[in-house]
Design a protein around this ligand. Structure first.
Ligand code: GCB
Length: 598
């Protein structure tokens, strides 16, 4: 089990947040053994003192920021550093706890403050933090120096996994030549991808909150658990307010229940006129001889249930009509970017999307918060993608996979928008990943993993609550032959007696390429392929077929290869978020579905 909670940093009368985004000094360690930074202890001084640096924006992937191809394709340690002025009141007040938090960095990170190591973390896409109160008090008058080294090397133990192959044949390859082998279809962007923050809490602080919700007739029920760390808390008051700030219910103690009369349920967008209704649960602790603390958690009251044929939200059948996404865009790569996020929400609403899957890794918390507010339903996926080597998965990555699921559930458990966990995408299907662990972590949500129709050996199906399936008929197989789509889908859907989501289907379209009758890679072919799948979906809907998620919302960057023309072009929007013809087809379909399925 993990040590402590990971509440999203929040300002309140008792807490402050200071963003450290902007330009950091940066250097990639290009030394032959990629280890000069550690040998020469670059963290002991400013990075500018150990060699040349460049400016690097945080948050952003570093890969596409410069004109240097070696930095784009760099593998190894990169170093970031900057100084920050810490407010005097944080230092002088011994009752203030100062925490340094990294929203995510890809892949392995080590963090130093004034030359002293404060934490290290394995894995991208999830936050990590360290308390640095005593360190900053050691040299109260000096600015505080933060150094972060990040290594993007993928191994058989990382998620996603990867291997590095050295080419030793000197007649064919130059000295030190290597290639990275990966089995996932997106660029391995690296760097500090989400905000770096300093935040404060009082010494005795609310460390974690968990809620589970239910309702009966008109009464909602919130069961909560609060953990306080750092000392003894005298009293814990819980107050629930509605959206307008009116008092609804209250309770005391570290666990208990709140009854909500005339409950306003959290509904998905398009199912109800007030989607995404959120209460505010204010947790206040009063510690003995210390300042109190306060944290307010948004809470949506809703239930999720899966039957043999249906996915139920608040006991009403829910049909997923949505997209798969990536955190991906020009220049910033996987770096967090508000304009992009808001644009994507606007596009999703324009399309009539009611759900998406966080393919193939956890997305920024701010995105989930927006989904909570807007009533957009999320299938929350862990970075278990590209697991093709069965032996290595069983031996090495499996234990890491469990930790990643722990971290994911800890971070996202309270989001009403998150309705299901996805533990892997297209793993070697003879070796289904461990569902039981995730089930034990969260009994309130169904668990799925994403399989692929081409996998005859699929053995995961029987264990999951919902079967998610990807298929690329008439694309990777039987190229150009749309007439085979119905037969193959039909055969596959017949396999399992449980709810099925078509979790991926699609075709690459190079925007502006036209041909009629349609040919592969044209906008017409993308449309025709989607239509041939939709015809089958429409026959299956209302039986056990509970959703369709297009691959992909937008074009995205991949490694170079003969299958990819500057990235994957299966987007219905370009990477710059302009519509291809398929976006209009989807829009018409999704709004029709919204009217038919409620
Ligand atoms: C898949 C993968 C996805 C790829 C997609 C494709 O099955 O899950 O990551 O991008 O196919 O376009 O090949």
């Amino acid at each position: 089990p993990l040590d402590g909670g990971m509440l999203f940093p929040q300002e309140s009368s008792f807490r402050e947040v200071k963003e450290l985004n902007g330009l950091w000094d940066f250097r990639a360690d290009g030394s032959p053994n990629r280890n000069e930074g550690f040998e020469k202890a670059w963290h002991k001084r400013r990075l500018t003192e150990s060699g040349p640096v460049i400016e690097m924006p945080v948050p952003a992937s570093y890969n596409d920021i410069t004109q240097d191809p070696t930095l784009r394709d760099f593998i190894g340690w990169v170093w970031y550093d900057r100084e920050v002025a810490v407010p005097a009141r944080w230092i002088s007040n011994e009752g203030t706890r100062v925490v340094l938090r990294v929203g995510s960095a890809h892949y392995y990170s080590i963090v130093w403050v004034n030359g002293e190591k404060v934490t290290e973390h394995e894995g991208g896409h999830l936050p990590f933090e360290a308390e640095i109160s005593s360190l900053i008090r050691k040299e109260p008058t000096k600015p505080c120096r933060i150094t972060i080294a990040v290594n993007n090397t993928l191994t058989l133990e990382t998620l996603p996994p990867g291997t590095i192959q050295y080419m030793n044949d000197s007649s064919r390859y130059p000295d030190g030549f290597f290639v990275q082998n990966i089995h996932f279809d997106f660029f391995n962007y690296a760097g500090i991808h989400r905000s770096v923050l300093l935040y404060t809490t009082p010494k005795v602080y609310v460390d974690d909150i968990s809620v589970e919700t239910n309702f009966m007739d008109n009464t909602g029920l919130i069961r909560y658990k609060v953990s306080v760390q750092g000392g003894f808390s005298n009293t814990l008051n819980i107050t629930l307010m509605d959206k307008d700030g009116h008092f609804v219910a209250s309770s005391n103690g570290s666990s208990g229940g709140l009854r909500v009369v005339d409950v306003k349920l959290w509904w998905p967008y398009l199912m109800h006129e007030n989607p995404g209704y959120l209460y505010s649960m204010k947790v206040r602790q009063h510690a003995h001889r210390h300042v109190g603390d306060e944290y307010t958690l948004p809470v949506g009251i809703r239930t999720i249930n899966v039957t043999n044929t249906q996915f139920l939200i608040n006991n009403k059948p829910f049909y997923f009509h949505g997209v798969n996404k990536h955190e991906d865009s020009d220049i910033r790569g996987r770096g967090f970017d508000w304009p992009l996020i808001v644009k994507d929400f606007n596009l999703m609403k324009w399309l009539g999307v009611n759900s998406f899957r966080t393919s193939h890794y956890p997305y920024a918390e701010e995105i989930l918060q927006m989904c909570d507010c807007h009533g957009i339903v999320v299938i929350d996926e862990c970075p278990g993608v590209g697991i093709k080597d069965i032996r290595s998965f069983r031996n090495a990555s499996l234990s890491h996979h469990l930790v990643v699921m722990d971290e994911l559930v800890r971070r996202d458990k309270n989001h009403p928008s998150v309705v299901m966990w996805s533990v892997a995408n297209e793993p070697a299907s003879e070796m289904p990943p461990d569902f039981e662990h995730t089930k034990a972590l969260d009994q309130t949500r169904p668990v799925t993993y994403v399989t692929i129709t081409e996998a005859d050996m699929d053995k995961g199906g029987p264990y999951v609550d919902v079967v998610c399936v990807n298929s690329y008929f008439a694309w990777y197989f039987d190229q150009g032959r749309l007439d085979i789509v119905p037969l193959h889908l039909e055969n596959w859907y017949r396999k399992y007696q449980r709810p099925i989501i078509q979790s991926e289907y699609g075709a690459d379209a190079v925007p502006g390429l036209h041909m009629d009758p349609p040919m592969m890679f044209t906008e017409e072919y993308q449309n025709a392929l989607l239509q041939s799948y939709h015809d089958v979906f429409d026959q299956k809907r209302n039986q056990y077929f509970i959703g369709e998620l297009i691959w992909n919302f937008a074009d995205f960057m991949t490694a170079q290869g003969i299958y990819r023309v500057v990235g994957n072009k299966k987007g219905i929007f370009t990477r710059q978020r302009q519509p291809k013809a398929a976006a209009f087809l989807l829009r018409k379909r999704y709004w029709r579905l919204a009217n038919e399925t409620g």
